[in-house]
Design a protein around this ligand. Structure first.
Ligand SMILES: [Fe+2]
Length: 505
């Protein structure tokens, strides 16, 4: 806009013409003030946007969020009398030289023996397991076998066979490298999986990722959305569903709310009954008193599994165990400290908002103190990653109640997007809180590829209707090796090597 130029003399005049001019000048000053205000607003908005996280606008067309019918091939019962089904393995000790092999026989107890060795169909060793079963309302479970296979060599492929005669079945697994700060290893992270076509898409994409071990952050089968005998039937179908991965590599289990199965109307009031009978964990190896919380070490990672639905406040067994386990973490041997839990401590979705607040109040200070690298959770059926933030100075009288940027804090990642029958949690809180770096309501899974003691490459892989698409990625700096001046030289050397290796990303 071009404004007429006015002489100072004219402004001093009191004639009607001069009065009009004076009014015009007042309007001009007002207009300039408005322009200035607008410009500063735009500037401030740009500054704010520069620091804000991203809410992805990606909209996907979903497969139906209904469970796959029981007669679908992914739930096929293996042929033969009493053939082992639902075969799955998990780590069986503290350091990765043992596995627990579990399976179900439907007709009779049969053998709990595992034959195994380093050559296919030539087994040099035998291990003897145990068998158990349970009832759930009027459902009688099959015979559930758990067999500990220990004293294995690191970084070795083992072949194993379960069952007997013509019904026996054969699988294999690879043991992890020895505990070593420089071991590279690729973990996958899956949560809230269920057994829908979306779940199948997630599972297939996970298998394609080439990851070596699943860190499962709770809510397995969603069988508790059924009633009476169908609850047990859907636990069985889920066991057959995941076998294509879980029989060949360990799935590290954390429990979610769908494992509780407190169903008084059916006369079932023992929490975690189905889950604990079916999915073993090596809790005793980490001096835990309960299968719901424990720790393992694998390659260069120390992984702590917590239970969102077991007591955790001060002086409870889980609290006391965690206090001691954190002291046992040796970052010189296992540089990567990873925590798994079901309920996220930081979540900006309307679904389950603030549910993790009680555990955050109890444990967050330790996570910062012990330099946890990353905390993975599920529960919210969407994906979200935080910045490095903490909120450990708050108390009821301090008033410091907001999370702040904190480079010593973990990254919090929610991967509750496995694809179960409850659908997506599509409603994020608006505006996006400062602590939230990236969020999207789509199905998928994550991978964490540890390259060396200082760096890991992280991806969130959206299912994207049949294709696996990496939609959120970052290089994760190790919190212990990246923060000590003495170690910086080593870090620099490692980074130089990494840059050479990650040119494909
Ligand atoms: Fe959940």
């Amino acid at each position: 806009m071009i404004l007429p130029s006015l002489s100072p003399v004219s402004l001093c005049s009191s004639s009607p013409l001069m009065l009009q001019v004076a009014m015009f000048e007042s309007k001009r000053i007002l207009l300039l003030a408005i322009q200035l205000l607008f410009a500063s607003h735009v500037f401030l908005s740009i500054v704010r946007e520069g620091n804000a996280g991203i809410t992805s606008v990606f909209i996907r067309s979903e497969w139906p969020s209904t469970d796959i019918p029981l007669d679908h091939e992914v739930f096929a019962i293996p042929e033969g009398h009493n053939a082992p089904q639902q075969v799955h393995i998990t780590q069986g000790d503290y350091d990765g030289r043992a596995v627990i092999i579990s399976w179900v026989t439907a007709d009779e107890p049969g053998s709990s023996k595992v034959q195994y060795g380093k050559s296919e169909r030539r087994y040099d060793y035998t291990a003897e397991g145990i068998v158990t079963n349970y009832t759930f309302h009027k459902y009688n479970s099959g015979y559930i076998h758990h067999c500990l296979v220990n004293d294995l060599e690191h970084d070795t492929k083992y072949y194993y066979e379960v069952g007997s005669g013509e019904s026996s079945r054969r699988f294999w697994f690879q043991t992890p490298p020895r505990i070593d700060p420089d071991s590279s290893y690729k973990f996958g992270i899956i949560g809230d999986l269920g057994q829908t076509y979306n779940s199948l898409s997630t599972l297939k994409h996970y298998i394609q990722s080439g990851a070596q071990t699943v860190l499962f952050v709770g809510d397995l089968s969603y069988a508790d959305n059924y009633q009476y005998t169908d609850v047990g039937i859907r636990w069985d179908s889920w066991g057959r569903f995941i076998e294509q991965s879980a029989a060949y590599q360990p799935w590290i289990w954390a429990a979610g709310n769908h494992e509780i199965e407190y169903m008084p109307y059916m006369g079932e009031v023992v929490p975690f009954k189905s889950y604990l009978h079916r999915y073993a964990t090596p809790y005793a190896a980490s001096k835990s008193s309960d299968p719901l919380w424990y720790a393992i070490r694998r390659a260069s990672a120390h992984i702590i599994v917590l239970s969102s639905y077991s007591p955790f406040v001060k002086y409870t067994p889980q609290w006391m165990w965690l206090r001691e386990e954190l002291k046992r973490v040796d970052r010189e041997k296992t540089p990567w400290l990873i925590v798994l839990m079901h309920v996220p401590m930081y979540n900006s979705n309307e679904a389950h908002f603030m549910e993790g607040e009680s555990m955050r109040l109890v444990f967050e200070e330790w996570f910062v103190q012990y330099k946890v690298d990353v905390v993975f959770a599920g529960h919210v059926h969407a994906y979200e990653r935080s910045y490095r933030i903490s909120n450990i100075h708050y108390n009821v009288s301090s008033g410091e109640r907001y999370p702040v940027s904190d480079e010593t804090a973990p990254v919090y990642i929610t991967v509750g997007d496995g694809g179960n029958q409850e659908g997506l949690a599509g409603k994020f809180r608006d505006p996006q809180p400062d602590y939230s770096a990236f969020r999207e309501a789509s199905y998928g899974h994550s991978t964490l590829e540890i390259r060396n003691k200082t760096h890991a490459v992280y991806h969130w892989n959206r299912n994207d209707d049949g294709k696996k698409v990496s939609a959120d990625s970052m290089i994760l700096n190790n919190q212990y090796w990246a923060s000590n001046r003495r170690r910086r030289k080593l870090k620099k050397q490692s980074l130089m090597t990494l840059v050479g290796q990650t040119s494909a990303y």
